[in-house]
Design a protein around this ligand. Structure first.
Ligand code: S6P
Ligand code: ZN
Length: 176
């Protein structure tokens, strides 16, 4: 449980371990937790990504995601991806380490993608599903800031997947 009085927290590339050592929810996604997400299933026990969420009684939540570098077949390691349950909830990602690609799509079939590297931010408007992909040579780490009421809706993605995938072709990431 969190203490009653929350403390301010600094999140920087060099202080990630400090952030994750604070009052947090810790989720580990391994290959076996991602059945059906990749065309070729990843190794069951391999850690794909970890999420550390800072509990808060306020309106804003913070979470750090640490994505491992690796591939399942020719697909780069990625998160499950989700819509927010609250359709009015947007989100901002801040790149802390490594290099990622953010895949975005709406229920109407619009798609977008953007790179996220250390020191950059990306805005996810309300109504856009979002999935992160590690396309770099090391861990990809980012901070997510979102309304505490956002919630995760994984159902549509679990059923239909994302319209685009990120695969390695000729040694480089390609969105297909
Ligand atoms: C929460 C935010 C992130 C993700 C995390 C894991 O709104 O977008 O903290 O939860 O990157 O992704 P996913 O799709 O497995 O929740
Ligand atoms: Zn989100």
């Amino acid at each position: 449980m969190c203490p009653n009085i929350e403390r301010p927290v600094n999140v920087a590339p060099e202080s990630i371990s400090e952030f994750i050592s604070q009052c947090s929810t810790h989720t580990v996604r391994r290959g076996k937790d991602m059945a059906g997400f990749y065309i070729e299933e990843p190794d069951e026990d391999s850690v794909i990504y970890e999420v550390y969420e800072l509990e808060s009684s306020g309106h804003i939540k913070l979470a750090v995601t640490i994505m491992k570098q690796g591939k399942a077949g020719n697909e780069y390691f990625m998160t499950k991806g989700h819509y927010h349950e609250d359709e009015r909830a947007g989100e901002v990602y801040f790149g802390l380490k490594g290099k990622g690609l953010l895949l975005l799509q709406t229920k109407e079939g619009q798609t977008d993608e953007m790179e996220l590297t250390s020191g950059a931010a990306a805005s996810i408007p309300p109504g856009w599903a979002h999935r992160s992909v590690n396309i770099g040579e090391e861990d990809f780490v980012f901070l997510a800031v979102y309304p505490a009421t956002a919630g995760h809706d994984y159902g549509a993605i679990e059923k239909h997947g994302f319209l685009k995938r990120v695969v390695e072709m000729d040694g480089k990431p390609r969105v297909v």
